[in-house]
Structure formats: C-alpha cells, structure tokens
Design a protein around this ligand. Sequence first.
Ligand code: ZN
Length: 395
Amino acid sequence: MPQTLFKVDLTKPMTEQDVPGHNRWHPDIPAVVSVNPGDTFRIECKDWTDGQIGNNDDPSDVRDVDLTVVHVLSGPIWVNGAQPGDILVVDLLDIGPLPGDEWGFTGIFDRNNGGGFLTDHFPNAAKAIWDIEGIYTSSRHIPGVRFAGIPHPGLIGCAPSHELLAKWNAREKALVEKGGPPWKPKIPPLAALPNPQNAILGTLPKSEWERVAAEAARTVPPREHGGNCDIKNLSKGSRIYFPVYVEGAKLSMGDIHFSQGDGEISFCGAIEMAGYIDLHVDVIKGGVEKYGLTNPIFKPGPVEPRYSEYLVFEGISVDEFTGEQYYLDAHVAYRRACLNAIEYLKKFGYTGEQAYLLLSCAPIEGRISGIVDIPNACCTLAIPTAIFDRNILPV
Ligand code: ZN
C-alpha cells in the first residue's frame, strides 16, 4: 500500500483535522505535503459536504445542507520542480471507500437550497443511501437495481495563478450582473461567486485569511484547471494531463463518487462518498505550450463496468412547459431526454424521485447526438438494461 500523505478522520469536520484541507481555490493556500515526480502515494478524502449527510432514511439533512461548506478538498500537494507552463501528469491508480465506511448517498436538493437540473419538476429534497459491497452497490431506497461502480474523483485540479483567479472572478461576476439569458430559470443561480462564509483555507496564516477568503473562487464549476468536472470516466487507471499555473502545481482533490451518470443531473447526483485515491505524478516540462492545452486532457483507464445493452431515450430542444422552440439548445434537449426516461421508469413502479436519483448516479451514458439540425439539438440518455433485476424493455 502506498504511503498515505493526507489522512482524514471522518468523525471530525475538515477544520479540526490534524492537517486541514480547503474548500476554496486560491494560489496562496499553502501546500500541506510535497512529492517528487515519479512518486506514488495515497490521499484520503472526506465526502464533498464534510460529513453533513447521514446514513439514514431522513432527507432533512439534504434539505438543510450548508452549501457554503462545499467542496472540502484534500491538499494542496506540492510537486517538486513543477513550474507554470508544465503539464502535471496524474495517474489515478486506485480509488475506493475507506475501510469500515462502505456507503454513499445520492440527493435531490430542495428547490430553496441548491436546486438541480430538474428542480421545477422535483422541488423537494430526497435522498438514497447506497451500500457498497466490493465493486457493487444497491440501495434500500431504490429497489430492484444493482450495478458495478465506476469510482472517480468528481473534483481534481491544480491551483490557479493570481491572474487566472482574477479572470475567473471577473467573468463570473459579469455573468451574474448581466443576468443571464432570458430563458434562464431562477434556480439554480447563475454562478457561485466568492463567499468568505465557512471558507476553509488550509494552513493559511490567520493574518491573511480575510483577504484570501474574500477573493478565493468557489469550487462549484469546472474551469481551466479541471476542478469540479464530474466526469465519470476519470476512473481507476486514468491518466490526466493538467496545465500547471503555479510553482509546485498545488494539486487538490475530493468529491469522490462511487458511481455517476453522465450529467450528474440531480446536482448531489453521484453516489457521494468519503474514500482514498492512490496517485502517481510526473511532470512534462513546457507541456502546455507544446501540446496547446487550455483545459486538462485525459486518457480513461481500462477498468470500467461493461454493459452491452441499453435502452436509449431521445430529447429535443423544446420546452416541456411552454412548448417553446429553442435553438440547438443541448441543455433543454438533455432535460427532455431525462424527463422521458423518468416518465418511462415510472411505469415500472418507481416514483419520479427514485427514477431521477437513479439516472443521476447509475452508469448512464449521455450524448449530444445532434447539434446541427436546426432548430433542434438532439440529446440521448442510455440506460444499461442489466442494472435492473427485471426486463424493462417494451414487450
Ligand atoms: Zn460529488
């Protein structure tokens, strides 16, 4: 077993860990450990909410979750020799739950606290608890399904430079001020701007805390450094190539998912868990310029659940409430594909909430199938039929 360089105690919040992690992005958050290119090591992570959700049948913890706390991350890890303009090569050698804590949760956030992709259809908080048995998972809250996990960090990335952070803050603030496109629903909000409330900034000296907390970026969106990409295929064996923006790279990670469907639609939509990640790192000098990187690139690993049969739902960019025609809008089209799948699964005895949770966390394949056929985008959502204990095809 590789040496554990960042440990977590699940009985304590991130602020009370022996070495605290962080929940904001800022170049001045000090690294807590250093490694050399070529090193292999283990990092432990808390779940993204810092332990706010319990293994029980009551969704009030999801309803009342404090979203200023998210995402709690492990790191930053300093990689000796890494300089801005280099590529940090990160191999995800293994990912799993912590021993004795083999469970996860999927939630639908309340419309008044977080919302989600289908919040106008499912405004109330709900959750499903998943028991993890080796590679498999099943839930007492969604009977009749069992599937193999595709564990991955929902969130992993290097620290931004001061310049990049300023760019993020400026453009996200401009979006909020502009108010977004006319069709934008009120919930969720347009962006999560810097918020000092409940900021956790690792081992930063208290004298600098106020300044950094006021300008540190929230961890909600994916950005040029990777971050909260929620890509289910970043699973065991993946090799990720990260652009380095600061000396030492300052790699951080968290938000481990045991499984997730493409889109992570319910927002708290993966099977969220605490866990460990075994990593190997290396550096490609000057790689950003050499390979023209703006965002990370990655090579998926060879270990994924293998499904050969799917039932696929189509969706087009027409609003389900108003019937309004949207122009090549993949967001609307994917929403319609999801709603079509949920309506179908309801015919098999699931509630809408159960179907929504399942499509969020099971190994669902989502595609932009057509994006040029004016005026409709076509998105598809493919459900592997073998996750059900019965035939779900029309007969
Ligand atoms: Zn997550």
